[in-house]
Design a protein around this ligand. Structure first.
Ligand code: GLY
Ligand code: MN
Ligand code: MN
Length: 411
């Protein structure tokens, strides 16, 4: 699988090129602590390896492709403190890469290609840089600067588009893992709805989700949002440290991650199990927007177009809820986008103006946020684009008012 992905990437790379992808390094936190290590997802996608400080090199010499993996040497002292590093044999078995060397050889390997062939062929040095990384210190930058000083003719190319294009179309294996993540997320939400009661603290509710996740050997896809009452009107509220009030709606936006494949689901339910009339009419409007997106999502559309359709839908619907008065616009009650790609990253790599195509997995997440009334509703499903439309991967996560009320009444 990883080899096939690398071959596909090779096809899109410049003819004489050296592409370098790094697994990354845990960033410093505080004292003698680092943040937990989180592997660069394109590196993982192409190798299946999730260890720190590994480097993948793809060398394209005309029609000949060469793949090299660089690993760290075994360190007996570190092995006693934090465990051993991955050894060549295991790295090779997982990734299917036969040529495994040590990171100390990275620069000399680049130099070997440029010294021997750089005078005959124009080489391109390729690395991946996402939009978010542009203003961050780029780990590859120092290496690239050093190489360019020695070899001023070498070109440099960002291959973000190349890797994104591959990662945007999900394989069956990837869909299976996302479905597993979704079903664990579903179980976690049910555990929260089962435990919900007046005056429960948001973080206690969150803990029911966490228990299910860990019990299923999953990780968090992202920091859980568990927001009651007015807190739900703050889009990325993540403190989850307030006590619920009787009659509050609780908005949860959360996801399990299974083998690095993420779910991203939002549900909104009454803490006491029963929607008020006002909560219900707002909820039903968001639910209709959520279903409308699934009706129209199909190949050829862009996520931007989907969002514009939702805004048009709300333009018609919000006056019926007594909203859009005194110069207020839809964007006062709904200010985010309705969709993003989902996969190895929660906000997965994408090319924003690229039309959707079969195999894309995106979210469908309309919301309405009424700060004055202390009501925030978001309903988020994960959908896969097919030849003719889309299918909802999270269709089993309950969202009908009657289903939620019946479930909570029968606890
Ligand atoms: N959980 C973040 C989002 O829904 O996009
Ligand atoms: Mn979400
Ligand atoms: Mn989302």
């Amino acid at each position: 699988m990883f080899q096939e992905r690398r071959e596909k990437l090779f096809e899109s790379l410049p003819e004489y090129s050296i592409s370098i992808l790094m697994a990354g390094k845990a960033s410093y936190n505080i004292g003698d602590e680092t943040h937990p290590f989180d592997v660069n997802r394109s590196f993982y996608y192409l190798t299946g390896l999730d260890n720190e400080n590994l480097v993948l090199m793809l060398v394209k010499m005309g029609k000949v492709n060469q793949t090299i993996l660089f690993i760290e040497p075994f360190d007996p002292v570190m092995a006693k403190w934090v465990g051993g590093k991955i050894m060549a044999k295991e790295a090779s078995e997982i990734s299917g890469i036969k040529d495994v060397r040590y990171v100390e050889q990275l620069k000399s390997t680049i130099a070997m290609y440029l010294n021997n062939y750089g005078k005959i062929h124009q080489f391109t040095l390729c690395g991946e840089l996402s939009k978010q990384e542009f203003d961050q210190p780029w780990p590859l930058a120092d290496l690239f600067n050093e190489v360019r000083k020695q070899y001023p003719d070498v070109l440099v190319k960002n291959i973000f588009e190349n890797t994104a294009r591959l990662r945007m179309v999900k394989e069956e294996y990837e869909i299976e893992n996302m479905c597993k993540a979704i079903s664990v997320t579903d179980a976690g939400i049910k555990a929260m709805m089962t435990a919900a009661r007046d005056y429960i603290w948001e973080n206690e509710l969150e803990a029911y989700f966490d228990f299910v996740l860990k019990s299923e050997q999953c990780e968090h896809a992202f920091h859980t949002i568990c927001a009651s009452g007015k807190n739900a009107t703050v889009l990325h509220y993540g403190k989850n440290n307030q006590q619920t009030k009787p009659g509050d709606l609780v908005l949860v936006d959360l996801g399990a991650s299974h083998k690095y494949y993420n779910a991203d689901i939002s549900r909104t339910f009454p803490v006491n199990g029963k929607f008020s009339d006002r909560q219900r009419e707002i909820y039903e409007t968001v639910l209709r927007a959520n279903k409308y997106v699934m009706e129209i999502a199909k190949p050829g559309m862009t996520t931007r177009e989907l969002n514009n359709k939702v805004i048009e839908f709300y333009q018609e619907e919000l006056p019926k809820l007594g909203l859009l008065k005194d110069g207020k616009t839809v964007r006062d009650y709904y200010w985010h986008g309705v969709s993003h790609h989902l996969g190895l990253e929660t906000h997965d790599v994408s090319l924003p103006d690229e039309p959707l195509q079969p195999g894309n997995v995106i979210t469908d997440e309309p919301g309405l946020y009424l700060e004055e009334e202390g009501i925030g509703v978001r309903i988020e499903d994960d959908i896969m684009i097919t030849e003719n439309g889309c299918i909802c991967l999270s269709k089993d996560v309950m969202k009908e008012v009657a289903d939620i009320e019946n479930f909570m009444a029968s606890r």
